[in-house]
Design a protein. Structure first.
Length: 135
């Protein structure tokens, strides 16, 4: 079978970003993913960090990171929680993997999973420009 499989498809940032020349992605929100015990209950141990980023046509691309980025994660979480800022990040070793899975209902669930080793904030801007300027 010489069909071209999804796993052979090479994707890069320009395939998922709002524009093809984007240097990074805007972060919508962040979350922690926790380990689970044998019974499937959540433990207090963080398994990975996720930045939910704004992708092409408004699609959300969750990018997963190892626990080694904890400090940067907490910084970005604090910024997003405390102010109306738009934070754009770029990635170190971004790996984008397309997938297609058959559900129990017989429908196909497809998308792109994203992992990276690290991120850097490349821009931060205030979302609201409702600033009164006295002349």
């Amino acid at each position: 079978n010489n069909m071209f499989n999804l796993r052979n498809l090479r994707l890069n940032l320009s395939n998922v970003a709002p524009t093809t020349n984007a240097k990074g992605l805007a972060v919508n929100s962040v979350r922690e993913v926790y380990e689970t015990d044998a019974d499937g209950n959540r433990t207090g141990i963080v398994k990975e960090y996720v930045l939910e980023c704004a992708g092409y046509r408004g699609a959300v691309l969750p990018v997963k990171f190892p626990t080694s980025i904890k400090e940067k994660f907490q910084e970005i979480k604090k910024s997003l929680d405390t102010s109306d800022v738009m934070i754009t990040v770029n990635f170190t070793n971004l790996k984008l993997t397309p997938y297609a899975l058959l559900t129990k209902q017989g429908t196909v669930l497809s998308g792109v999973s994203a992992k990276a080793d690290d991120f850097n904030i490349i821009s931060t801007s205030a979302d609201d420009f409702d600033i009164d300027v006295e002349m």
